[in-house]
Design a binder for this molecule. Sequence first.
Ligand code: VG1
Ligand code: CO
Length: 550
Amino acid sequence: MTIQSIATQPFDGQRPGTSGLRKKTSVFLQPMYLENFVQALLDVLNDSLAGGQALLGKTLVLGGDGRYHNSVAVQTILKIAAANGLGRILLGQDGLLSTPAASAVIRSRNVFGGIVLSASHNPGGVEGDFGIKYNAGNGGPAPESLTEAVYVRTQAITQVRISDAPDVPIDQLGIHWVERMRVEVIDSVADYAALMRSLFDFGMLRGMFAHGFSMRLDAMNAVGGIYAKAILEGELEAPHGTVVNAVPLEDFGGLHPDPNPVYAADLVAHMAGPNAPDFGAALDGDADRNMILGRNFLVTPSDSLAVLTAQARCIPAYHDGLRGVARSMPTSTAVDRVAKALGIDCYETPTGWKFFGNLLDADKVTICGEESYGAGSSHVREKDGLWAVLCWLSLQGVTGSSVETLVREHWKTYGRNYYSRHDYEGIPTDAARALMVALEEQGAAQQGKQFGPRVLTQADNFAYTDPVDGSRAAGQGIRWIFDDGSRIVFRLSGTGTQGATLRVYFEHYEADPLRQNEPTQQALADWIDLAQSLGQLRERTGMDAPTVVT
Ligand code: VG1
Ligand code: CO
């Protein structure tokens, strides 16, 4: 075994987005592409520590969502880490760790950080996407200061250090060595399952299934399957077959592992059919997202966050109440009303889980959520799909109410926030940038004007100052806010890999229980029309309609 220094040259565009560096798989397959990024990351981590050989005493967690290239990338990373003098790696068996499980391992073993290989909800396979992200010692996504430093380093990189050691048998639990670096292959599920056991009343949940409660969890052929199988069918003794698409496949069996009504249409149809179980749920590629369904009933993620916040005391971990809550800016304000009623703080952050980390670390919030099917709590520093599912299971067990009843009762108490997101995918990047400039100008020009029964009171581009460390993030999305509290928000995706994706978010509040049963798109029609006419979306995107509506 020897350590080699390989000459390399920078690649353009290795700047991490909303959640790590995410590109077409073919981009990652280029020789040195992954190598450069990993070397740059280790350089930056090394520099952040005092002293020359500082990485020697450190441990990193490593694992991924099992998509195409996962196991090859794991071997490459092990060899680069060893060559750079890292002390130890805790590797999920077969190279697998869901995003929330990686966060759990970092925290439970109290280590320096972790690398997660995932492009999350993006499709996988040779034709799909691949990704890599770094999580810090708190278990959460690296802050922008770190990802930016890594990017800067990728642009000046000249050498990669790598060992020529043989591959590690990543399927074999136990201790292996690469150079002087210890590689411990760990059970991918154990730490995470223990954490879930500590939060929920597993005895009560087991009792539900014993008494015939039925459920279907669609793991979308992604890594979440191994966690859902072990916990739902294993520990909670739900019937075999409760978890479907449970085996992680390199291409997710051709599915798009994004749990929303469009890509999880199968589950939606099943939940509307004659054999629908009591409860339905789906996870995304790296199991940090969740979709919640009742019988013939879809829960919007913003409502899910609000209901969980309102009912959190049903769950042992939150018995004593919540410190506060946080939501991303585009997420509906349903949770704000609950926070107000509970007398707790509600924070509004930019999109992406990294912005919740400081609030959680400073104990300002307990539960966080995003409109994009993500929710989580202080138990880890990532959103957590199966945690959300176990929360909803607990709510049904404790209250004896169905998913639909829980949501409808919630609307009666707090009012309903009609909510929808329209995505326009694959817009040429330049056109998308120009569109954002135009939308900002248009907002400024129309501010104070009347549109039908309402006035556009505020038009701006959201900026956030972190209340804990004072760091600032500007340009986080264009907001058009009306005097009745309704909103239209526009932002560009930071996780797409082809052209640009425009996301348009619509929200409208309805307090009157008699008007809470309209189809969502109909209830939001005024705002959808307004976004079209003022924003000229058709002309500027070249598309007649959004590509995905959720
Ligand atoms: C999207 C979502 C955002 C989420 C991010 C990562 O980002 O909108 O809410 O945090 O994906 O989720 P963007 O920039 O494309 O809108 V995951 O499950 O893909 O890591
Ligand atoms: Co994800």
